[in-house]
Structure formats: C-alpha cells, structure tokens
Design a protein around this ligand. Structure first.
Ligand code: B1M
Length: 211
C-alpha cells in the first residue's frame, strides 16, 4: 500500500478506497500509528487547507471525514487495546457548539490503548453534562476537545463550571484541538495542554503521576 494513494483517497473522500487501503496496509504489516500519521491525517489536513482556500466546501469536507472515519474503524481495535486494569477514568468530549470528533476519537482510542477507562460523551457537550458525568463516574481526568476558534470560549466556561461545582480538587483538566494553545490552556485554568493524541496520553500520565 502506498501512503500517497491513501492520502489521495482521503482528499477525494473515497470511502471504499480508504477502507481497502487501510486493510491492505495492515495486511502488509504497516503499523496502525504510521497509517494514521502518514496517510489519514495528512490527507485530512490537506482537505482543511482546500476548504480554507475556498476550493472545497462543506460537502467535500463531509465526504473526506466519512472516508477517514471508515479507515479509522479498522485501526480502532489495534489502537485501543490496552491493559486490563484501568489506570484511571477519563471523561472526554468535544465542547458545546462543536461537532468535530475525528481527533477526539483518536485521543479516546490511544487513551484506551494506554490502559484508561474512557467515557466518551461525544460532541456538542454542554457544561452540565460534563459535570454530571465527572460526578457519576468519579473521574480522575476531564479531557476537552475544540476545533473551532468560536468554541474555545465554551472550553473556558466548562473549566469555570468545573471549578464552581467543587470538582476541581478531584479532577485534572486536559485540553486540546487545533486552535488551542498552551497559553490558552493556562489562561483558562486547565491543568494541561496537548498538541496531539499521543501527547494527551503523556499529559494524563504526567498529571496522574503514573510516569
Ligand atoms: Co470543520 N473546520 N467546520 N468540519 N474541519 C476546521 C476545524 C477548519 C480549521 C477548516 C479550515 O477552515 N481550514 C475550520 C475552523 C476554523 C477556525 O475556527 N479556526 C472549520 C470550520 C470553519 C467548520 C464549519 C464552521 C464550516 C461551516 O459550516 N461553514 C463547520 C462547523 C461545524 C461545527 O462544529 N459546529 C465545520 C464542519 C466540519 C465537518 C462536519 C464537515 C467535518 C467534521 C466531521 C467530524 O469531525 N465528524 C469538518 C472537518 C473534517 C474539518 C477539518 C477539515 C478536519 C478536522 C479533522 O478531523 N482533522 C478541519 C481542518 C483541519 O483540521 N486542518 C476543519 C483530523 C484530526 C485527526 O485532527 O481534529 O485536529 P484534529 O485532532 C488532532 C489534534 O487537534 C489533537 O489531537 C488530534 C489527533 O492527533 N486533539 C487533541 C484534538 N482534540 C484533542 C484533545 C486533547 C489533546 C489533543 O486533549 C484532551
């Protein structure tokens, strides 16, 4: 399997070809993490550039997202297989107003693979739902994703609500997503920031003092 072909198929939003190439790559012994980092992700990043330049519109972005998700399904069982004893519980979600979930789903897979119990609430999650889940699950970590600059304030209000709910002593908060920066994470009072999914796992390990 050639990575260029996989990148091209993601850009073209060709779900059957993406799916076939991922399976072919795995059969040939390629690592799931390499297929993700060198094929699926660069393809999606180009889609973002094309959208930004006005060459792609919402439907093309949706086709590519669907194709990437199909490819990720083949990698999930490999990326999310971890130890049996959970190292801690993580409540994860994309903040209110934001429907992007591909990156969050990868974060969830790697966290599971690293041995954590992950409660993925999904996308467009209101503050109250996060508070409720953290309480119910007795979670150790809240992991928040945002992909839009317009939903970064929702990340801030979520962190604020966690503090006001009195949960902040029990829960560490990690934030990430393309527009989020370490400075923003500091500014809103999060405990940690990670640029990508492996970084999110490292940050959680660090915050729970597992490393
Ligand atoms: Co949207 N979109 N989108 N989109 N979309 C972006 C984000 C955008 C940058 C495109 C662009 O203009 N270049 C732009 C945002 C601009 C901005 O705010 N700065 C944008 C826009 C504008 C929009 C709409 C407003 C478009 C419109 O309607 N006019 C709309 C908003 C809808 C909404 O959310 N309310 C919209 C819609 C969509 C689709 C639904 C079509 C689709 C999402 C499908 C889905 O997720 N199910 C979509 C897509 C696919 C994209 C791009 C092309 C790709 C996102 C993606 O999946 N990347 C994106 C452009 C881009 O990112 N280059 C774009 C691949 C993924 C693996 O990376 O999600 O970055 P990413 O996740 C990474 C890291 O960010 C990090 O780790 C991940 C993996 O390593 N990470 C974390 C993520 N969460 C983390 C949490 C952590 C730590 C790390 O700790 C907890």
């Amino acid at each position: 399997m050639k990575m260029e072909d996989l990148i091209k198929a993601v850009i073209e939003g060709n779900a059957p070809v993406v799916s076939d190439l991922v399976v072919q790559g795995l059969d040939e012994g390629l690592k799931a993490t390499d297929i993700l980092a060198e094929g699926l992700t660069p393809g999606m990043s180009t889609v973002g550039d094309l959208f930004h330049r006005g060459e792609y519109f919402l439907p093309e972005m949706l086709f590519s997202a669907k194709a990437m998700k199909g490819g990720l399904e083949h990698l999930e069982s490999i990326l999310s297989t971890g130890g049996s004893d959970a190292l801690g519980t993580i409540v994860l979600g994309t903040v209110k107003g934001d429907l992007h979930d591909i990156g969050k789903n990868i974060v969830a897979m790697l966290m599971k693979g690293a041995g954590f119990n992950v409660i993925d609430l999904g996308v467009d999650i209101p503050v109250e739902r996060f508070v409720e889940a953290l309480t119910e699950e007795k979670a150790d970590i809240l992991a928040l994703s945002a992909l839009l600059s317009t939903t970064m304030p929702a990340m801030e209000s979520t962190v604020k609500a966690i503090k006001e709910s009195g949960l902040k002593d029990k829960v560490k908060i990690v934030v990430g997503g393309a527009p989020v920066t370490p400075e923003f994470a500091d500014q809103i009072g999060a405990d940690g920031y990670a640029e990508d999914a492996p970084g999110a796992v490292n940050k959680v390990n660090e915050l729970l003092e597992l490393v």
